[in-house]
Design a protein around this ligand. Structure first.
Ligand SMILES: Nc1ncnc2c1ncn2[C@@H]1O[C@H](COP(=O)(O)OP(=O)(O)O)[C@@H](O)[C@H]1O
Ligand SMILES: [Mg+2]
Length: 361
C-alpha cells in the first residue's frame, strides 16, 4: 500500500508554508470553502502524477505574488521515499525521488498509483471525448509504462503530421514521402494504443457494472462501449484513403486521438437518460472501477483522493461508500465542509480514521 506520511508545501496555492503528517489509513480533512482542502489533495496528486489534477500549467499553482513552489512528501511503500516536486523561480520544474531527479517525469507515473474523485468530474459525462480519453489514459498509464511511452510518441508524431499538413497550405510543394513516414509511424503507435485500450475496456466495464449495482441496487442497465475508428479499419488504410480530407482540413482526421467511450443507460445515451443521482452513481462507479482495476493489475493499493464526495451522494449511497472504504486497504483522503458529517461517517472507527481541521484563510 502506498501511503503518504508527510506533506510539506511551500508557496503552493493558498499555502505559503504548511506541514502535515498523516498517521491513519483514512484521513478526513474538514474546513470551510476556500480553506484549502482540495489544494491538499492536489498536492498529493502532484506527488503521484508529477502534475496538478486540475491545471495544465504548473504556474497557476504558485501562490499569487510568489515565484516558484515546492511540494515535499514522504510516501511509504515497501519503504519510505522522499519525493519532491520543485518549480524553480525561473519556471523550471524538477521532480526527485530520494534526491534523484527524473529526466523523464513519465517514468514516475505508476510508482504511487492514485485515483482522484471530485465534483468536477461530471465533465466525463457531459463534455467532449477528450475528458474521457484522458480518464482512460490516466488509468492505463499507471499500470503500463509502455502504453504511456507510446502515447507520448503518438502525440508527438500527430503534431508533426499536422504541422506538415499546415505547411502544405502555404505552397504548392508537397512532400508525400515525409507524410507517408508519419502515417506509418502513427499507424504503428495507434494500433498499439487501440489494442491496449480495447483489452482494458473489456475488463474495466465489468468492474463498473458491478460497482454501480453495489452502490445503488439499481435495476437499470448501464453500459460502456469503447468506440474507435480503428475497430473496423486499419489506421494506415484510413490515412491513405482519406488523405485529401486531411490535406483540405490541414489536420489528421483519423486515429486514436478520436476515440471515445460511450456510456448508456438502458441502451440510451447516459447524458440524456440518467437522472442526476444516476449520473453521480455512474461517475463513482467509473472512478472506483479504475481504482479496482489498477489494484488488480499492479497489486498495489492506489491512494484514493475523495473531494467533497458527501455533497454529491445521498445518505444510503454514502453509507455504502463508507462501508466499501473501510473494507479496503488503501490510504484514503476525504474532504468535507462539515466536520460533524465526517465524524459521524467514521464513528467508532478511530483506529483507522483521523481528522484534520483547516482554518479558513
Ligand atoms: N495560486 C494561488 N495563489 C493563492 N491562492 C490560491 C491560488 N490558487 C488557489 N488559491 C486559493 O486557495 C483557496 C483554497 O482553495 P481550495 O483548496 O479549493 O479550498 P477548498 O477545497 O477548501 O474549498 C481558495 O480561496 C483559492 O482561491
Ligand atoms: Mg474544494
Amino acid at each position: 500500500m502506498s501511503e503518504v506520511k508527510q506533506l510539506s508545501l511551500i508557496h503552493f496555492k493558498n499555502y505559503k508554508k504548511k506541514q502535515l503528517a498523516f498517521s491513519k489509513r483514512i484521513v478526513c480533512i474538514y474546513g470551510q470553502n476556500g480553506s484549502g482542502k482540495t489544494s491538499i489533495l492536489d498536492a498529493i496528486h502532484f506527488l503521484c502524477f508529477t502534475k496538478s489534477y486540475f491545471h495544465h500549467a504548473d504556474a497557476v499553482c504558485v501562490t499569487k505574488g510568489e515565484q516558484g513552489m515546492r511540494i515535499y512528501g514522504v510516501v511509504k511503500d515497501s519503504k519510505e521515499y522522499e519525493v519532491a516536486c520543485i518549480l524553480r523561480e525561473n519556471g523550471k520544474k524538477e521532480f526527485t525521488i530520494e534526491g534523484d531527479a527524473y529526466t523523464q517525469f513519465s517514468k514516475h507515473i505508476g510508482k504511487f498509483p492514485c485515483v482522484f474523485i471530485t465534483p468536477d468530474d461530471t465533465e466525463l459525462i457531459t463534455e467532449g471525448s477528450e475528458a474521457r480519453r484522458k480518464f482512460l489514459d490516466a488509468m492505463i498509464s499507471q499500470t503500463n509504462a509502455q502504453y504511456l511511452e507510446q502515447l507520448i510518441q503518438y502525440s508527438k508524431c500527430l503534431q508533426q503530421r499536422n504541422a506538415l499538413l499546415k505547411q502544405w497550405s502555404a505552397g504548392p510543394e508537397k512532400d508525400f514521402s515525409l507524410l507517408s513516414v508519419y502515417s506509418k509511424k502513427l499507424h504503428e503507435l495507434g494500433t498499439f494504443i487501440f489494442e491496449t485500450r480495447k483489452n482494458y475496456c473489456e475488463e474495466f466495464i465489468e468492474h463498473v457494472k458491478r460497482i454501480y449495482i453495489f452502490l445503488c441496487d439499481d435495476a437499470e442497465e448501464i453500459n460502456m462501449t469503447y468506440s474507435s475508428q480503428l475497430a473496423s479499419d486499419s489506421l494506415l488504410d484510413l490515412l491513405d484513403r482519406f488523405v485529401d480530407k486531411d490535406i483540405f482540413m490541414q489536420r489528421t482526421n483519423f486515429g486514436t486521438h478520436k476515440d471515445d467511450l460511450l456510456f448508456t443507460l438502458n441502451g440510451m445515451p447516459l447524458k440524456q437518460a440518467a437522472s442526476q443521482g444516476q449520473r453521480k452513481s455512474f461517475l463513482f462507479s467509473l472512478k472506483l472501477a479504475q481504482f479496482e482495476l489498477i489494484k488488480k493489475i499492479t497489486g498495489k493499493h492506489p491512494i484514493l483522493l475523495l473531494d467533497d464526495i458527501f455533497e454529491k451522494l445521498d445518505e444510503a449511497r454514502s453509507g455504502k461508500l463508507i462501508a466499501y472504504l473501510l473494507e479496503k486497504q488503501s490510504q484514503v483522503f476525504i474532504t468535507d465542509t462539515h466536520e460533524e458529517r465526517l465524524r459521524n461517517a467514521f464513528e467508532g472507527k478511530q483506529e483507522v480514521a483521523e481528522f484534520i481541521g483547516l482554518n479558513s484563510m
